[in-house]
Design a protein around this ligand. Structure first.
Ligand SMILES: [Mn+2]
Length: 502
């Protein structure tokens, strides 16, 4: 067996025995954590802190359900980042037991300093890379990296929370699907699951919560008309069709698939098996020239408990819904949807609708501005060889600026390797920034976007974070122009460096 580690050129061949030993070490870590937690007095209220993204919300849902089954009380907060200020506030709160999910590993020294040192018992259930300190008295640290499991695709924060929860009570196996929604939210699913996620998938299937079918991996198949689904296929772009409604309709007609049934538009789920095969073949052929044209066909994860025709039936859409709830400040609605609360599910669907509306508003602002660009004094969009800078100011919500950059980067409008930098204004005179790279996976490995954005942001006293493939930063709004000038310089330089490298 070999495990792929991003950033390393050679695959590290690990013997089966080695993998088994690491797994055993991780299982032991989980068992010990569960045993220790089991001894906590039931009268104690557990303070739970999780991350704001889809994985963080799924993690929180897993732990909440687990605590309720144990007849325990809890108090939850969801945070975009675990800063030192947050840790200080938490420490002042008078709880004795804390659980951190999908965060904590990267902020270990902060937790040690403010919580553990104050005599609090802390459980960290995380899957992020270990950096610096990782051991302290009073902190139970559960992270697969500590057992030598290095892959970033193997397990999500929700997956770690799930294994902990299963170790506490076998009944919690019915939460396995939530761990997979978290993994999908963290982009760990890549035409299938690997490592521990694969094992969790078995649990989810056995619990009857989820089934896997093979199909076109398009978004919105449960709810949107077929031609719209093709038009919006941005994760797996279909050249000539993605982005154009009329081309999508034309394409279906050419394949001999009627996009309409009487007066109403057909959905993918309405097609006969024969039509489905024809469509799949047609789509793959149309994608020839794109990296891995057949990647658009693969496993589709169906949440069996969700109603037919509900967007929540598709686990990928469920993850998007959680993402939407997090971004639009409705984390508890997303968690409620995970826990199966019917009312909150309906509300979450509304949030998803609002989110899609926000995306569509952002895109139309972008397209309109791009058309008018240059006709006014001040350019909101800078197009240069190798990079695009979009300064949306107040025209786009700050929480949507990363999504816009991702969509622009994924659209086929720019050459692979083009940097997409976007800015929008947040409250209190701060400006939020996102950096993405156009093109597919093979191109993305060449640049570390977090390093690049950190270098630019630091020039104007800002702060950056994120990872290789997607980075974000915050600067003071009055520094916008200075930042853009620095970015132009730096990104142009990056391009030159790239050309010089053989
Ligand atoms: Mn995560």
């Amino acid at each position: 067996m070999d495990s792929e580690i991003p950033g390393k050129k050679e695959k590290i061949a690990a013997s089966d025995a080695d993998v088994a030993a690491k797994m055993e070490a991780f299982r032991l870590m989980i068992r010990e954590a569960a045993e220790k937690f089991g001894k906590v007095d039931r009268s104690e209220t557990i303070r739970l802190i999780s991350h704001l993204d889809a994985d963080g919300l799924s993690s929180a849902a897993v732990v909440i359900k687990t605590l309720l089954r144990e007849n325990r009380k809890y108090c939850l907060s969801v945070v975009p980042q675990l800063t030192e200020d947050v840790a200080v506030q938490l420490a002042a709160e008078g709880y004795n037991h804390y659980i951190f999910t999908d965060l904590g590993t990267g902020q270990f020294s902060i937790l040690k300093k403010h919580l553990a040192a104050a005599g609090k018992t802390v459980f960290v259930l995380d899957h992020h890379h270990v950096q610096g300190e990782y051991q302290a008295e009073n902190i139970v640290h559960v992270n697969p990296h500590l057992a030598g499991i290095e892959s970033s695709r193997e397990i999500s924060g929700a997956g770690v929370a799930y294994l902990f929860s299963k170790a506490l009570n076998e009944k919690n196996k019915d939460l396995a699907h939530l761990a997979l929604i978290g993994a999908i939210g963290d982009m760990q699913e890549d035409c299938g699951f690997s490592g521990l996620n694969k094992e969790i998938l078995q649990d989810a299937k056995a619990a009857g919560a989820l089934k896997v079918i093979t199909g076109l991996r398009l978004f919105g198949v449960q709810t949107k008309p077929l031609h719209k689904v093709l038009e919006y296929s941005s994760e797996f772009p279909i050249p000539g069709i993605t982005g154009s409604e009329s081309a999508a309709i034309q394409f279906l007609l050419q394949l001999g698939i009627n996009p309409k049934d009487g007066n109403s538009w057909r959905k993918l789920t309405d097609l006969s098996d024969e039509d489905l095969v024809r469509l799949a073949t047609g789509v793959v052929l149309q994608r020839i020239g794109v990296e891995s044209p057949e990647a658009i066909i693969g496993p589709v994860y169906i949440l069996k408990q969700e109603a037919d025709g509900s967007p929540l039936r598709d686990a990928r859409e469920f993850a998007t819904l959680l993402n939407a709830c997090g971004r639009l400040g409705k984390a508890s609605v997303g968690i409620g949807a995970c826990l199966g609360n019917t009312k909150l599910k309906e509300e979450a669907l509304q949030v998803l609708g609002d989110y899609k509306q926000q995306i569509s508003n952002s895109l139309s602002w972008y397209e309109k501005t791009l058309k008018l660009n240059g006709s006014s004094e001040k350019k909101s969009i800078t197009l240069e060889n190798g990079f695009v800078i979009i300064n949306a100011e107040d025209n786009i919500m700050p929480t949507m600026i990363g999504t816009l950059a991702s969509i622009v980067a994924k659209s086929s409008s720019f050459n692979p390797g083009t940097f997409v930098l976007s800015l929008a204004r947040a409250e209190d005179n701060f400006t939020k920034i996102s950096l993405r790279l156009a093109g597919e996976k093979s191109v993305k490995g060449e640049f570390n976007l977090m390093e690049i954005l950190t270098a630019i942001a630091e020039k104007v006293g800002g702060q950056a974070g994120g990872h290789h493939e997607a980075a974000g930063a915050i600067i003071r709004t009055e520094k916008e122009e200075e930042f853009i000038a620095a970015a132009k310089h730096h990104l142009a330089e990056k391009r030159i460096e790239e050309k010089l490298t053989p």
